[in-house]
Write a protein that binds this ligand. Structure first.
Ligand code: PFF
Length: 449
């Protein structure tokens, strides 16, 4: 027996869930560190341009296909046309998207586990458990596996509860909390000596970097990763929207929330780096670059917190709570991709599907933790540098070439006929058909030269 499909109960519920998917480690960690090592606001400018020129139209393609098909990514892409070849291509693309979602979640859950460990470590210290705190701050296989298991279980439990009671209810609780913690931390850090230099490094652009192909490719990858594109998460969230919801407005709000959050996170991270330098923490590599990536999150910031006396533990607690929450709301959207396929195609009960898919992905995470040196970077590069932009092209092609123009525009403007009459949306089908795929592929080729 087929189970009734879930639906978001309100606009704000969808917005917070989709923003929850988009706002994640990519915003708080990826964006500010890329901006720091790529000319500050120059990166921000290129990023904003790409987010609105490429990622937003691609996001609209996903949301529109999702609501049109009202199905998971595999069934949706397969069902856009009656022609056997297009159906087969849709099926295969859907499976690829599913595969990329699984790979992203398998490494994302590991990183989310590190965040949980760094959150629990100062908490344990405050409770007088120095031994546990040290174990949590270490990097043993046991710690990484256990923390990843913890994050995976939270994700599974939320997804097992369904769209309204799980995804929507938890995003609605967690997203405002996330924003409040971020603002609190920004205010605190900006009051510390040294922070102003960080603000200038972030906000004054080094325009000589703006045409650097490496910068443009990083910005494109970051925009696709940050908006959770190409893997069917936005498609499945779009499929849970109501017919009366205004799609372009929803998509624009999600893009604005996501870029706004990334920008705001930069106001925390860059000043924090300079405050750390002011406190005598090493923030440059021996080659003279700012320490980015894991070194920033797990050495520079913890050293900064440690230099701040007893306030440091509370700051660490707040910062890693921020990271853990951001990671959790993104992880749930990734798990929804395979779960929705299992529920809709194989009629599995949702809780069973959540535990089976979540358990399988956790096994993959364990494999990556075990063979970390070989598999971790490989999983990230394959899924985010290649998989997401290429699948982004594929989804634009499906929206632009396989779905008929009248169906595409009809779905986009359902309940809001005025949308179809605006010039922007009249041009958009042509844009997702040709310009968007061409721009993505060009950016790609440019970087390979
Ligand atoms: N958008 C998330 C972030 O910025 O951290 C990561 C992500 C979530 C990517 C969901 C892809 C996805 F489907």
């Amino acid at each position: 027996m087929t189970q009734p499909r879930g639906q978001f109960s309100s606009k704000i519920g969808f917005l917070l869930a989709a923003a929850g998917s988009a706002v994640g480690l990519g915003n708080i960690w990826g964006f500010p560190t890329q901006a720091a090592s790529n000319g500050g606001a120059a990166f921000l400018l290129v990023y904003l341009l790409l987010a609105f020129l490429l990622a937003y139209p691609a996001l609209m393609a996903e949301l529109t296909i999702g609501r049109y098909a009202r199905a998971n990514v595999v069934t949706a892409l397969e069902g856009l046309s009656n022609r056997p070849l297009a159906r087969r291509a849709g099926f295969i693309t859907g499976l690829c998207a599913l595969g990329v979602a699984v790979v992203i979640l398998s490494f994302y859950a590991i990183v989310a586990g590190w965040m949980l460990a760094e959150f629990l470590a100062p908490a344990a210290r405050q409770l007088g458990q120095a031994g546990s705190s040290e174990w949590l701050a270490g990097g043993s296989f046991g710690r990484n596996a256990l923390m990843c298991a913890g994050m995976s279980m939270l994700t599974i439990v939320i997804i097992a509860q369904g769209v309204e009671k799980g995804i929507e209810a938890w995003s609605t609780r967690l997203m405002p909390l996330l924003f409040a913690i971020l603002l609190g931390l920004i205010v605190y850090v900006l009051l510390q000596p040294g922070s102003k230099a960080g603000l200038s490094a972030y906000l004054i652009p080094d325009l000589s970097r703006i045409t650097d192909p490496a910068l443009i490719l990083s910005a494109m990858g970051q925009a696709f990763f940050s908006l959770s594109l190409g893997v069917g998460t936005m498609l499945i969230y779009g499929s849970y929207l109501r017919d009366s919801d205004n799609l372009p407005q929803m998509g624009a709000s999600v893009t604005l929330l996501d870029t706004g959050f990334a920008f705001t996170a930069g106001l925390l991270i860059l000043p924090a780096i300079y405050v750390a330098q002011h406190q005598g923490v090493t923030v440059y590599t021996p080659e003279g670059d700012l320490i980015a990536g894991p070194g920033l999150i797990f050495q520079v910031l913890p050293a900064l917190f440690a230099s701040m006396g007893s306030a440091g533990d509370w700051l660490a607690l707040a910062f890693f709570a921020l990271m853990s929450i951001a990671a959790l709301t993104s992880a749930i959207s990734l798990l929804e991709v395979p779960v929705s396929v299992s529920v809709e195609r194989w009629q599995l009960a949702r809780p069973l599907a959540a535990w089976l898919c979540g358990g399988g992905i956790f096994a993959l995470s364990l494999l990556i933790i075990w063979q970390f040196e070989t598999l971790f970077e490989l999983a990230i590069t394959l899924s985010t540098v290649y998989g997401q932009p290429l699948l982004g092209v594929a989804l634009c092609v499906f929206a632009g070439w396989v779905l008929q123009r009248n169906h595409l525009l009809g779905e986009l403007s359902k309940g809001h006929p005025e949308i179809e009459a605006t010039l922007f949306w009249k041009v958009w089908p042509f844009y997702v058909r040709l310009i968007c795929p061409a721009l993505i592929i060009l950016t790609f080729l440019q970087s390979l030269r």
